[in-house]
Design a protein around this ligand. Structure first.
Ligand code: C5P
Length: 196
């Protein structure tokens, strides 16, 4: 069975948690596509070459989750050749046998517009910054400033900007528990799977 769940949205909206839970629930493979851009940003040197030669080892680095790595990722993610170099791998993953969940910014709009389920997971910048701050610590105002800066760069870029696909189900998790958000996502996938 080919079945793709595309989960897009801004940083720290809950995409990662929801994606992992949906993948585990249905036994689908999961790809956090942000990791690809983080690995390219962290590699240094020419980002286009880094994207073309990305290896599994690059994705296994333990410094990819930091705020700095997120900023570096969003800077290389504006380069069209970097995005182009990562498309084939992501498309292949999305349409693999057995079902796949991909989370990112452009999965439902560019990577896999034919995805059977599209979710756009969002939350207010304040709520997202607070969640990120609980993970990384430091100065909360600084974390909020970085979240806003990264949102702006992701939404304003010319190629594959962050936006909800027209046929995406929007899930605003600002006032939702993570369990409720996961339950809503699982219900949507189940509803669509019943039609297969
Ligand atoms: O999701 P995450 O915070 O790990 O993504 C890091 C950065 O990578 C994002 O801010 C965005 O600029 C970029 N990205 C992207 N397209 C994706 C996933 C991530 O442009 N599909």
């Amino acid at each position: 069975m080919i079945f793709t769940v595309a989960i897009d949205g801004p940083a720290a909206a809950g995409k990662g948690t929801i994606s992992r839970a949906v993948a585990a629930h249905f036994g689908f493979a999961h790809l956090d596509t942000g990791l690809l851009y983080r690995a390219v940003g962290a590699k240094g040197g020419d980002p286009v070459e880094a994207a073309r030669n990305l290896t599994e080892g690059d994705l296994g680095r333990d410094d990819l989750r930091t705020l700095e790595a997120g900023q570096a990722a969003s800077r290389v993610a504006v380069i069209p050749e970097v995005r182009a170099a990562l498309v084939t791998f992501q498309r292949g993953f999305a349409r693999r046998e057995g079902g796949a969940v991909l989370d990112g910014r452009d999965i439902g709009t560019v990577i896999c517009p034919e995805a059977e389920v599209k979710l756009f997971v969002t939350a207010s910048a304040q709520v997202r910054a607070h969640r990120r701050w609980l993970e990384v610590g430091g100065d909360e105002a600084q974390v909020l400033a970085e979240v806003i800066e990264r949102d702006k760069r992701d939404a304003d870029r010319a190629v594959s900007p962050l936006k909800a696909a027209e046929d995406a189900l929007v899930l605003d998790t600002s006032a939702m528990t993570i369990d409720a958000a996961v339950a809503a996502a699982v219900a949507e996938v189940r509803r669509r799977l019943a039609k297969e």
